[in-house]
Ligand binder design. Structure first.
Ligand code: NAP
Length: 468
């Protein structure tokens, strides 16, 4: 009997009944061989074929949407409304990346020099392994931005499905395989691997036929896999998008009304705070600490509590709160539903924060830390503790005139002015990534059409003028 994997429904507090077969050594080998031969044959490098495939995939996803929703909600405990938003984002990514991928992959640039001509073009980098995150089964999952970006660039993809939403991942893989078969395209264009632990993913990444890796997830997972990619005999690019604290800096000149606190509190608690862009640190002028604390508390208390994605994630969150509490006392709001993460807030001075390394890492759940600062200059010391961030948000008037703006710019991938960092637009002007440790390659975005550039490599052909 094949070994299997199953998932858990936190909303219903029960195990899901479906079981999914995990891959064997031989099936993984066959999938990598398939991806390699697709790349070798160049069969996936035809932009017209890719366009036809993507438009059929969109129809198939729409056709299977209701069944997908049922599996998604039962495995992630995310709401139907959240499914709709994520489904829309997945579809938008497929549409926009498939168009842009064809344009980028067909670019040609030519320069004529006195006795030679240099022609530059871009080739698909080769087979790509993709690891998605637990908190976005669609947008960063099996058919999420990384997979679609690599496919759009003309690369075959091997997805390591996420064990916490194995059914959603498996179903998306079946839909994709069906569309490939309908178009008589080789199955090696896209393959899907399930495992009970980390071995399969590491093995795929170490295979010399794999030419790049894309990852969304925790810092520990991303860094472990990044090291595997770098220690190969032939090291390859490994684009890991990881966690972040996403500081929010409230300036002294802010006349922040109630709306701001409501929006901030919602960004902390919505979907149990399980967002990479959740505001995990809110810095306020020290003289306003008590006033802002009481406003935020009111909002946090009023907000609904949500089930977490999985008992393992709930347990990690609980363990983190237990570690923080004796150092910086927490205010917690519980609703006594199994697996719902408590909304929690810590508050302290900037110096207390700096002295508490436990607070320097992302807490994945509906928690935030409110910090009172005396002057903006001292916030520079905060970045020394937390390192690079996906985002920094400013609340106030003309933050770009403050010196802290350029410090934040140096340490962040995206600056938000008078808004919240959650809600990442899929757009060619988006940058989603940031200096380490928020991502492993600050030069590339993982969201928006520009993410396709990660999976293309430049090549120059040099002609002598006399050859032409
Ligand atoms: P995770 O535990 O790191 O898992 C991500 C994937 O990597 C899973 O498939 C996991 O395998 C695999 N994996 C993890 N460690 C591994 C290792 N050492 N060797 C081989 N494979 C490994 O992350 P998660 O809990 O799913 O996701 C939540 C995290 O993602 C949060 O920190 C969140 O902030 C971050 N996130 C970041 C972004 C971004 O764009 N920056 C977006 C969304 C989420 P298994 O399936 O076996 O667990």
């Amino acid at each position: 009997l094949a070994e299997t994997i199953s998932t858990f429904n936190c909303s219903a507090d029960s195990k899901n009944t479906a079981y999914y077969a995990i891959d064997t050594h031989d099936s993984i080998e066959a999938k990598i061989t398939g991806a390699h031969s697709v790349h070798r044959s160049k069969s996936w490098q035809n932009p017209d074929l890719r366009r036809q495939f993507f438009s059929s995939l969109l129809l198939a996803l729409e056709h299977h949407k209701a069944a997908l929703k049922t599996i998604y909600c039962s495995e992630s405990s995310l709401s139907e409304a959240r499914f709709e938003r994520e489904f829309h984002r997945m579809v938008h990514q497929i549409t926009s990346y498939s168009n842009e991928g064809c344009i980028l992959a067909q670019r040609r640039e030519s320069v004529e020099l006195p006795n030679r001509i240099l022609e530059k073009s871009w080739l698909p980098i080769g087979p790509v392994v993709v690891f998605g995150a637990s908190n976005f089964p669609l947008a960063y999952g099996t058919l999420g931005g990384d997979t679609v970006g690599a496919l759009a660039a003309g690369c075959p993809v091997v997805v390591k499905g996420h064990s916490l939403h194995a059914g959603t991942s498996n179903f998306l893989a079946e839909i994709t395989a069906e569309v490939l078969a309908t178009h008589r395209l080789p199955s090696g264009v896209f393959s899907h691997v399930l495992d009970k632990g980390y071995e399969a993913g590491q093995r795929i990444l170490l295979d010399e036929r794999i030419k790049a890796g894309a990852f969304t997830g925790s810092i520990s997972g991303g860094m472990s896999l990044f090291k595997f990619a770098q220690n190969r005999k032939n090291p390859i690019p490994f684009f890991a998008e990881m966690g972040s604290l996403n500081p929010v800096i409230v300036l002294r000149n802010s006349n922040s009304g109630v709306e701001n606190w409501k929006n901030l509190a919602n960004a902390v608690t919505e979907d149990a705070g399980q967002f990479c862009t959740k505001p995990g640190l809110i810095l306020v002028p020290i003289e306003r600490l008590e006033e802002i604390k009481s406003k935020l508390r009111e909002e946090l208390e009023r907000n609904p509590s949500y089930p977490m994605l999985h008992p393992d994630i709930y347990n990690k969150y609980e363990a983190k709160l237990k570690e923080i509490d004796p150092i910086i006392p927490l205010l917690r709001y519980t609703n006594h539903t199994p697996w719902n993460g408590d909304r929690a807030i810590a508050s302290c001075t900037l110096q207390d924060f700096i002295d508490s390394p436990i607070l320097h890492e992302e807490v994945f759940g509906p928690f935030t830390c409110l910090i009172g600062y005396s002057n903006l200059e001292e916030i520079e010391r905060l970045y020394c503790c937390i390192g690079g961030q996906l985002t920094t948000t400013f609340i106030g008037i003309q933050p770009e005139k403050e010196r802290i703006w350029s410090i934040a710019q140096e340490h962040s991938g995206r600056l938000v002015v008078n808004g919240v960092p959650t809600g990442v637009e899929v757009n060619r002007n988006m940058n989603h990534g940031g200096p380490f440790p928020s991502s492993t390659d600050v030069r590339y975005t993982s969201v928006g059409e520009a993410s396709i550039l990660r999976f293309l490599r430049p090549i120059t052909v040099q002609f002598s003028s006399t050859d032409l």
